[in-house]
Design a protein around this ligand. Structure first.
Ligand SMILES: NC(=O)c1ccc[n+]([C@@H]2O[C@H](COP(=O)([O-])OP(=O)(O)OC[C@H]3O[C@@H](n4cnc5c(N)ncnc54)[C@H](O)[C@@H]3O)[C@@H](O)[C@H]2O)c1
Length: 325
């Protein structure tokens, strides 16, 4: 599969590029970023490599089978439409847009083009998420369950100018719930048997007056079968609470470490730790590329996760963000 990578930023260079290079069925033929410094960073990182990759400001669809879009979410939607309409397979970073209104652009795609789009909800298929689902579905934890999701990331380090600029720009396009909620609301729908039935409460706080959007947000949601979720998202304070998900039922408690995805199960029978081989990022980005290849060679008929999955998570995130306001 001849692939182009658009967006040579943090996740493009740090995760997509190595995952694409690790897969034997991928030939990386073009990389693109309008920012010359980012193109230089790619060239420096690739020094000494024998592969023949064109480094350009904008991907040219000719000669490509697929594109990976590691671009900001206010740029991604238009690129998805452009490359899907050009007949390419598209792996697009989450969130699929910064608002439901901005996601309306996807209505320009016909069914066949939509099916060629895979969304970078990278961690959904991690074995830890599957294990949690098994414990919920087979009654190990008891039912219904209460999920507490504490999604805290992006410590405020003003001395790190690049990171501060990136998170400031991202906050200008929505609260952390829009950006991190893409992952979390996708997991919750997967774990709890469908989309939320109601949003019961929502709140937001801004910890500094100069922030472009509230950097702390939370909500209480009801899911099918009486499951409940208490979710919190936080960015950009000098210290952060632990990032983790707990799932509590009458019979037990499961805890997912938000960074490593290590699991702990506590029941009347005692404690059990579950650790999956490799680090979470490598594990998930490799699986994601494999799914993209499966989509290209016809093993999968639609993106997994699909564009509809990405839009569904965005709907919930936006509902929380707007209700909190
Ligand atoms: N799946 C995950 O685990 C994960 C993790 C981190 C970030 N992300 C998502 O990835 C996206 C990018 O995040 P990031 O942290 O790498 O941001 P970043 O700002 O570091 O990188 C984005 C890059 O895209 C480039 N760009 C802008 N317009 C472009 C265009 N038209 N064509 C090509 N490149 C263009 C920018 O110049 C920049 O280099 C965001 O949507 C973010 O939410 C996903």
């Amino acid at each position: 599969m001849r692939v182009g990578l658009a967006g040579l930023g943090d996740i493009g260079l740090g995760a997509h590029l190595p995952a694409l290079r690790r897969h034997p069925a991928v030939r990386l033929v073009q990389v693109a970023d309008p920012d010359p410094d980012r193109r230089s960073a790619f060239t420096a990182r690739s020094a000494g490599r024998a592969d023949d990759v064109r480094v350009v400001a904008e991907l040219a669809p000719g000669g490509l089978d697929g594109v990976v879009l590691a671009t900001p979410p206010w740029v991604t939607p238009e690129l998805v439409v452009r490359y899907a309409q050009a007949g390419l397979f598209v792996l697009a970073e989450k969130p699929v847009a910064t608002s439901v209104e901005a996601a309306a652009i996807y209505e320009q795609l016909d069914d066949e083009q939509r099916q060629r789009v895979q969304v970078g909800l990278t961690y959904r298929h991690d074995p830890a998420i599957q294990q949690l689902k098994t414990w919920i579905d087979d009654g190990t934890l008891g039912t219904p369950v209460l999920v507490r999701a504490h999604i805290y990331d992006e410590v405020f380090r003003p001395a790190d100018v690049e990171h501060t600029a990136r998170i400031t720009a991202t906050l200008a396009h929505g609260t952390p719930v829009v950006h991190e909620g893409a992952h979390l609301f996708d997991w919750l729908s997967h774990l709890l048997g469908g989309r939320p039935e109601s949003l019961d409460d929502a709140w937001a706080r801004r910890t500094r007056g100069d922030l472009q959007a509230p950097n702390l947000t939370g909500a209480r949601l009801s899911y099918p079968s009486g499951h409940q979720a208490l979710v919190e998202f936080g960015w950009f304070t000098a210290a952060l609470p632990r990032c983790e998900l707990t799932v509590l039922g009458d019979r037990g408690l499961a805890t997912l470490d938000g960074f490593t995805f290590d699991l702990r199960l506590t029941t009347a029978d005692g404690d059990r730790q579950v650790h999956f081989p490799g680090d979470r990022m490598t594990r998930c980005f490799d699986r994601q590329v494999q799914r993209f290849i499966d989509l290209y060679d016809g093993t999968r008929k639609t993106g997994d996760p699909s564009l509809d999955d990405g839009i569904a998570a965005l709907h919930t995130a936006q509902l929380v963000a707007r209700s909190a306001r």
